[in-house]
Design a protein. Structure first.
Length: 366
């Protein structure tokens, strides 16, 4: 008799090997005749060059140094046959796509015998494609759609983090103010709020903290889901009272009369990254391991903490992204970070449940 699919937590790092920095032993649970992604590991040993490729997930210090390996590590382990992998993302030109697009351009995936195809698809559509196996990887975040998919028994997991913002960055909540009004005087109760994914987004977690400082709760705000260009336009033309702005968009509003920065992403805590579905968690886990290994090797090789200090690299990155080097240089380097912090998804689910886009109870992290 087939057993009911186990509802796995969604914040697991794919310990085949959180990215390959270690040699892992995992235990598999049989679910509906297929193997789920591993949720437990035995003793681990670092691969050469990655002796410092791990930090304690419970370390939430804003000054935590991200895990790093030596350049060009972990070494490639080519798959026996060329494997095609489809990755989707909501945008292809944002700076946070840098490691992924650089890995393609520099041939890091090819070293693993992977043929990676990158497509632009709205993240709200991507989770359905991922769950059904129509795509292999979704560059997004543990949004409400992912939580709901996991609650329904689909094998989808947040596998790798992406970045945290530099303390000098002003990615986050920006608000319109009246003449003479300070940031401390902003009242967001009843405000219209613009974001890419609305109430279903992981950014609800840091947004909630900002709202609490400005006389509002999640249920007190009218969230408007807009595209990347529409968010900034709505803030500028008064269509929304506040919005979550990314790098480098917030530079348009810095020191501009009538706008103030209220707060952003927690320092040292990635809140997005790579999501895997059944194709790489069940059907071809070696390919999932190879994909993560190539991405991490790219970060170790090309993305030091101060990667924008090299004008030549900024120019190369801009070319790869189809962006302008002056826009990239206008904001601090992202702190690329493949690890996932303990509790991030717990806090996000709390906001989703309060916002009534996910039903209680929350899933547990695994």
């Amino acid at each position: 008799m087939a057993r009911r699919r186990r509802r796995t937590g969604i914040a697991s790092v794919l310990l085949v090997c959180t990215a390959l920095l270690t040699s892992c032993v995992s235990s598999d649970d049989e679910t509906d005749g297929a193997k789920s992604a591993p949720t437990q590991t035995g003793p681990v040993a670092a691969v050469p060059g990655c002796e410092k490729g791990w930090t304690d997930p419970a370390d939430l210090s804003p000054t935590r140094t991200p895990a790093r390996c030596a350049p060009n590590t972990p070494a490639a382990q080519p798959l026996p046959a060329k494997t095609h992998i489809v990755v989707t993302a909501g945008t292809l030109s944002a700076e946070y796509l840098g490691p992924l697009r650089m890995a393609i351009a520099k041939g890091e995936f090819a070293k693993e015998n992977l043929d990676v195809e990158l497509k632009q698809v709205p993240s709200t559509d991507g989770i359905g494609l991922l769950s059904s196996g129509q795509i292999d990887v979704l560059y997004s975040a543990p949004e409400a759609g992912m939580v709901n998919a996991a609650k329904q028994g689909f094998n989808v997991k947040w596998v790798l983090g992406n970045y945290s913002s530099d303390p000098q960055s002003k990615t986050g909540v920006w608000a319109r103010v009246k003449d003479g009004q300070t940031a401390a005087q902003v009242d967001l109760k009843g405000a219209k709020f613009g974001s890419l994914v609305g109430k279903t987004s992981i950014i609800m977690y840091p947004i909630e903290g900002v709202l609490a400082q400005h006389n509002a709760k999640v249920t007190d705000v009218d969230f408007k889901q807009l595209d990347a260009q529409g968010v900034s336009q709505a803030l500028e033309n008064g269509g929304v009272d506040a919005a979550w702005l990314l790098d480098p968009v917030w530079k348009q509003f810095e020191n501009k009369p009538g706008y103030v920065f209220l707060g952003g992403q927690p320092v040292g805590e990635p809140i997005g990254g790579m999501l895997y579905g059944p194709n790489l968690l069940e059907k071809n886990r070696p390919a999932g391991t190879a994909f993560a290994r190539a991405l991490i090797r790219t970060i170790n090789t090309y993305f030091p903490t101060n990667y924008k200090s090299d004008p030549a690299f900024v120019q190369e990155l801009a070319t790869v992204l189809g962006n302008k080097p002056e826009l990239l240089s206008a904001v601090p380097s992202l702190i690329t970070d493949w690890e996932i912090r303990q509790g991030t998804v717990d806090k996000a689910q709390k906001m989703f449940i309060e916002g009534k886009v996910v039903e209680s109870p929350a899933l547990t992290e695994d």
